[in-house]
Design a protein around this ligand. Sequence first.
Ligand code: GLP
Length: 267
Amino acid sequence: MISLKARAVGLVSYQQNCRVRFGMGRNVKPLAGIHFVRLRDADAVGCEAAGMVAAQLLAKPESSIVFPTGRTPLPMYKVLRHMPHLNWRQSRLFHLDEYVNPAPRAPRVPYEAYAEYMNRELWDYITARKHYFDHYSQKPDEYERLVSADDGPDLVILGIGGNGHIAFNEPGSLPDSPARVIDLAEQTIKSNFGSVGKAGYPLQAVTLGLGTILSARKIILLATGQDKQAIVQKVFNPKTKPSKSLPASWLKQHPDVTVLTDFEVQL
Ligand code: GLP
């Protein structure tokens, strides 16, 4: 068994490698509670995020961590599944959201469930206490209770949708919103499936609410690529007040958010 000290040394040398490869990033904190770190590219964002997850696990092996899906976190998972010194055994892992299958009895659905995504990207590689949202789509409040058990969650990692959604908290979501089934916004359906109303594709999802997300001790928001720059800029513009029309803007009320980007955020 690798000692905590050896694992800590492994992590430090890993982080040094990461920073030698990708540079330190520029860390600014113009909004109370929010650190902005601009990194070189999407891989560097993934590397930095993975380092933060590893640091969380080393500091608290029994951490509860909530993971995102989508394109943006892929580089983070690639690094995480290649960190053999990380011990996940005591951790409690969750994911943010899941599609509601429109045809539950169909043998095959034409899209990838987020449970499959989590297995493919990370969970199949590690031993941990893994919690799948699709087991709770009829009772999202029970999933929420599991996430919040033992004073959790410790860490929530987020991506952001083009309309400012986080998880599937679409515009209209309030900061105390609970875990629930939600109708997907047209923009979300178009961006995730190409067009609205395709047979077999979901129109609804089950999501953790902003209430649980904002109760996390620490939040990391990942945003990479030119198509995310405008929405991140809009959310964190100091003149943008938190509001339900832009769900990610509620993050401004949280005391510990790190925003990792590969573009400049003008503040
Ligand atoms: C989906 C997910 C979100 C994710 C968003 C952005 O709608 N529910 O959790 O943040 O897509 O995905 P991507 O990273 O592919 O742009």
